[in-house]
Design a binder for this molecule. Structure first.
Ligand code: XMP
Length: 326
C-alpha cells in the first residue's frame, strides 16, 4: 500500500501563529468534509485524541460525539480530567462510559501479558462499537493518527485507534493531524487552549496500568500501581523532573516479601520505579534521579500506599530491559 506523504510545501509548525494558521485551515477542511453530519471520536485523553477533539469541537461543535471509555486501567485523575476539560470547559458532546468492572471481569485470572493486551484491545472495540450503535446518523469517525503512525506503519497505534470495527460500521475517516509530528501536535493543542498537563504528558500505553500490574490483575495491586504512580508523578512535578524525564511510572509485581512496620511483621507487595529517557523508545537510558528524592518517594509510597512494604528502582536500560515490564 502506498504511504501517504506529508506535502513538501508544509512548514514545520513551531509557533502559535503557525498553529493558528493550521487550525484555521483544518477547521475549514473538516467543515467541508463532514457538512452537517455527525462525527464520532474515541477520546482517550491522550495527546493525539485530545487535540483532535479540541480541533473538531472548534470546527463542528456538537456534531462531534466524543466517547471516553474508562477501562479502569487509567492513571489517577485521568477520566476526571477528560470530563472536566471536554465535558465542562469545552461543553462537548461527551459520552462517558465507565467500563471498569467489565474489563476487570474479562481480565480476571489472566496472567499472560499478550493475552492481557488482546483482551483489553478487543474489549475496548466492543464497548466502543456498542456506543456507536446506540447513536444514530453517524457518518464519520475521527482519529488521532499522526505522521509517525503512517510512516512507521509496522507499529500499530494503541488500541484507542479503533481500527477493528465491524464492516457495517463503515465510517469515513477524519484525520486532521495525519501529517503532523508529535511536537507539532503539542503546539497545535496549546493553541487550541488545552492544558499543558494534557498536551505535554508523557506517553502512556493503550493497555494502561494493566501492563504495570504484573501477572493476573487484582484490585488491591491495581490500586497500589495507581496510587504509587500518582505519588511518583506528583514528586517528579514538584522537583522539576516533569517534562524533563521522558517516561516514568511504577510497577507492582505479583509476589510479596517480608517486611516490618510499626514493630509488626508484614507480608506485602513491592513497588518498582522506572524512569527512562529516549528519543524513539527503541532504546532507553536510566534517569539519574537524585538519591534524596528517591528516598523521599520511597518513604511516601511505603507510608501512603496500602499493601506495600518495599520500593525498588529499576536500573536496567533498554536493551536489555524493555521500557514496560510486560
Ligand atoms: P517497550 O516496553 O516496548 O515500550 O520498550 C516502548 C514504548 O511503547 C509503549 N508501549 C505501548 N504503547 N500500547 C501502546 O500504546 C502497548 O501495548 C504498549 N506497550 C508499550 C511504552 O509505554 C513505551 O513508551
Amino acid at each position: 500500500m502506498e504511504v501517504e506523504k506529508r506535502p513538501e510545501s508544509m512548514e514545520r509548525i513551531t509557533t502559535a501563529a503557525l498553529a493558528e494558521a493550521f487550525i484555521a485551515e483544518q477547521v475549514e477542511a473538516v467543515r467541508k468534509q463532514v457538512g452537517d453530519k455527525k462525527v464520532l471520536l474515541a477520546l482517550s485523553g491522550g495527546v493525539d485524541s485530545s487535540v483532535v477533539a479540541a480541533l473538531l469541537i472548534k470546527a463542528v461543535g456538537k456534531q462531534l460525539v466524543c466517547v471516553h471509555v474508562n477501562h479502569g486501567l487509567l492513571r489517577k485523575g485521568e477520566p476526571e480530567q477528560v470530563v472536566e476539560v471536554f465535558g465542562k470547559q469545552m461543553d462537548a458532546n461527551l459520552v462517558y462510559v465507565d467500563a471498569s468492572e467489565r474489563f476487570l471481569g474479562k481480565l480476571e485470572g489472566v496472567s499472560d501479558p499478550e493475552k492481557k493486551r488482546k483482551i483489553i484491545g478487543a474489549e475496548f472495540i466492543r464497548v466502543f462499537e456498542e456506543e456507536a450503535r446506540k447513536l444514530s446518523g453517524i457518518k464519520f469517525l475521527a482519529q488521532g493518527t499522526i505522521y509517525p503512525d503512517i510512516i512507521e506503519s509496522d507499529k500499530v497505534k494503541a488500541h484507542h485507534n479503533v481500527g477493528g470495527l465491524p464492516e457495517d460500521l463503515d465510517f469515513e475517516l477524519v484525520e486532521p493531524l495525519k501529517f503532523l509530528y508529535k511536537d507539532e501536535v503539542r503546539v497545535v493543542g496549546t493553541a487550541l487552549g488545552l492544558p499543558a498537563s494534557m498536551v505535554y504528558r508523557q506517553p502512556f500505553p493503550g493497555p494502561g496500568l494493566g501492563v504495570r500490574c504484573l501477572g493476573a490483575i487484582t484490585r488491591d495491586r491495581l490500586e497500589a500501581v495507581r496510587e504509587s504512580d500518582a505519588i511518583l508523578r506528583e514528586e517528579f512535578a514538584k522537583n522539576g523532573l516533569e517534562g524533563k524525564v521522558w517516561q516514568y511510572f511504577t510497577v507492582v509485581p505479583d509476589f510479596r516479601s517480608v517486611g516490618v512496620k510499626n514493630g509488626t511483621r508484614t507480608f506485602e507487595y513491592p513497588v518498582i520505579i522506572r524512569a527512562v529517557n529516549t528519543t524513539d523508545a527503541m532504546t532507553a537510558t536510566i534517569e539519574e534521579v537524585p538519591y534524596a528524592l528517591l528516598n523521599h518517594i520511597t518513604d511516601r509510597i511505603t507510608k501512603e500506599v496500602k499493601g506495600v512494604n518495599r520500593v525498588l528502582y529499576d536500573l536496567t536500560p533498554k536493551p536489555c530491559g524493555t521500557i514496560e515490564w510486560e
